[in-house]
Design a protein around this ligand. Structure first.
Ligand code: ADP
Length: 273
């Protein structure tokens, strides 16, 4: 009898603890939801005035009747505004991902179209820095992939703009090929830039993290691009891999499934223990 009494007491305690845990989980979920709703509203409210700043500063920068010094000021306003707009978009993306509300728009997309888009965007930027941009696709890789075009482009843009940003001489390569074993499409972005030290490689995929304290001063940026790209790759059923050597360069590899029913299985090496 004593035993049943003890057992009941124990069960009651467990029950109480379960209720407590459930309440905490509910509160946490609610606050996460408030946070993402707040961020979503905020981003919208910020974007409206920012769009006028962007439009008017562009008109001023292009206005030949203004003196050149003032035109110069206007173009600084313009580019700072652009930076702010990208930051807002990145924060919004991250909060959508966190809240599990990032919606994908998948379709059969032509890889050549994606390649041409990247060429158009990055050839001029690479040329400006005296870098060679080489984009290659192997014969055996599929011409179409079932994925979200905008999100795939977002990841590639992030990888390519980083590659160019952190490279002062040499070349940037985007190789697209098929991995037979994984049944995957592989997009590999290789640069001959500053590289990332082994102990910093996991960190660069964390939000707001940059490889070293001087990065922001030297190169600008927010440290959000790679964490968003990593999450997007996961949502698309794949992942991003990194190998890098300090002083020699980095290779970021985006791996996406060809079979639209199956995600690529992998052990995330960047997840903190
Ligand atoms: P951002 O470029 O805005 O700083 P990212 O999340 O895209 O943010 O990158 C995070 C950090 O990872 C960068 O600040 C940089 O330190 C490092 N990094 C990313 N790509 C490269 C690269 N190709 N070569 C060297 N370092 C890189």
């Amino acid at each position: 009898e004593e035993r049943t009494g003890l057992l009941e007491e124990k069960n009651e305690l467990i029950e109480e603890r379960n209720i407590e845990i459930q309440q905490k989980a509910n509160a946490l979920e609610l606050s996460t939801r408030y946070k993402s709703e707040f961020l979503a509203n905020m981003s919208h409210e910020l974007r409206t005035p920012l769009n006028s700043i962007l439009l008017l500063s562009r008109l001023m920068a292009e206005n030949e009747e203004m003196n050149s010094e003032h035109q110069e000021y206007a173009s600084v306003i313009q580019s700072s505004g652009q930076g702010l707009l990208s930051l807002i978009d990145e924060i919004l993306d991250l909060s959508k991902i966190e809240a599990g509300k990032m919606e994908l728009d998948k379709a059969n997309i032509a890889i050549d179209e994606v390649i041409n888009g990247m060429k158009g965007l990055f050839n001029p930027v690479a040329k400006d820095k005296g870098l060679q941009l080489v984009i290659d696709k192997t014969e055996d890789s599929p011409a179409f992939l079932h994925t979200d075009k905008m999100r795939l482009e977002q990841i590639l843009k992030n990888l390519l703009s980083n590659a160019i940003k952190f490279t002062s001489k040499g070349s940037i390569k985007l190789n697209i090929k098929k991995d037979e074993k994984l049944n995957a499409m592989v997009f590999q972005v290789a640069d001959t830039g500053v590289g990332i030290a082994p102990d910093k490689q996991a960190m660069v995929f964390e939000a707001f993290q940059q490889a070293d304290g001087s990065t922001r001063r030297k190169y600008g940026g927010t440290g959000l691009g790679l964490s968003i790209s990593r999450e997007l790759a996961k949502l698309l059923g794949g992942y991003i891999d990194l190998s890098s050597k300090e002083g020699e360069g980095s290779v970021f590899t985006l791996i996406l499934p060809i079979d639209k029913q199956k995600n690529i299985e992998f052990i995330d090496p960047w997840v903190k223990p």
